[in-house]
Design a protein around this ligand. Structure first.
Ligand code: MG
Ligand code: MG
Length: 239
């Protein structure tokens, strides 16, 4: 699973170096798919319940599951979330990052920082003996202390020989009665954080999730193994 996730991580790092105003989300999808196939991995999202791309690319008020398009160009001041998954030797990797395109407004920059920090706070709770609720609580507390909101309609997940496995990893607290974390579990922890309302809706394309108030949203994700030595971030990147 580390190998699958490192293919994802390398792809995201590469995309980070080419993201700039003028590039289309289709171009990003092509680069991700080529890189993945070169490393003998299979893009996990393409064809998943009919999703047409290899990469989910979500801009500004788009939360997750944006469809790559030749018509969609990145502009200066946008934020773009790129979510990538692969299947390699029978196991899945899944990770996401949200990046600024050129300079962004101060509140938007803060949204990115807080979302990334909330992922780190969630990961810190991914320890043997804790429950899923401990991860959820840590993420929600950090986000709300900073005046933002967590998306409730979409959640993180277990990952392994399937892309999405039990347990669900919500980014909000729903009571203590959640799975105990055991060594060997791998969790895709993925806070989706909105600047305004937590409410979201799916566009008529059947995929793209946007915020109800059209304010921006950020998404960071890592696949994390629960081990006796603590959380191991399988999709870790240098940048
Ligand atoms: Mg993902
Ligand atoms: Mg995921």
């Amino acid at each position: 699973m580390r190998e699958a996730n490192q293919i994802v991580a390398e792809t995201l790092s590469m995309l980070q170096t080419i993201i700039e105003a003028g590039i289309t989300t289709w171009d990003l999808d092509r680069v991700a798919e080529d890189k993945c196939l070169k490393m003998k991995a299979i893009p996990a999202f393409k064809g998943y319940r009919g999703f047409p791309g290899s990469l989910c690319v979500s801009i500004n008020e788009e939360v997750v599951h944006g469809i790559p398009s030749r018509k969609r160009k990145l502009k200066k001041g946008d934020i773009v979330s790129i979510d990538f998954g692969v299947l390699f030797r029978g196991f899945f990797g899944d990770s996401a990052v949200t990046l600024p395109v050129g300079g962004v407004k101060e509140d938007v920059a803060r949204l990115l920082i807080v979302t990334k920090e909330s992922l780190e706070k969630g990961i810190a709770q991914a320890i043997v003996g804790n429950r899923v609720a401990d991860i959820s609580k840590a993420i929600q507390a950090h986000v709300e202390e900073n005046g933002f909101s967590v998306v409730k309609q979409f959640v993180g997940h277990g990952i392994g020989s399937s892309l999405h496995e039990a347990p669900e990893i919500p980014n909000f607290y729903q009571g203590e009665r959640t799975s105990r974390l055991l060594p060997g579990m791998v969790l895709a922890i993925e806070p989706m954080v909105n600047m305004g309302t937590h409410k979201v809706k799916v566009l008529r394309d059947g995929w793209t999730v946007i915020t109800n108030d059209k304010k921006p949203s950020a998404h960071f994700e890592h696949s994390v193994a629960i081990t006796e030595m603590g959380p191991m971030v399988l999709s870790s990147r240098e940048n």
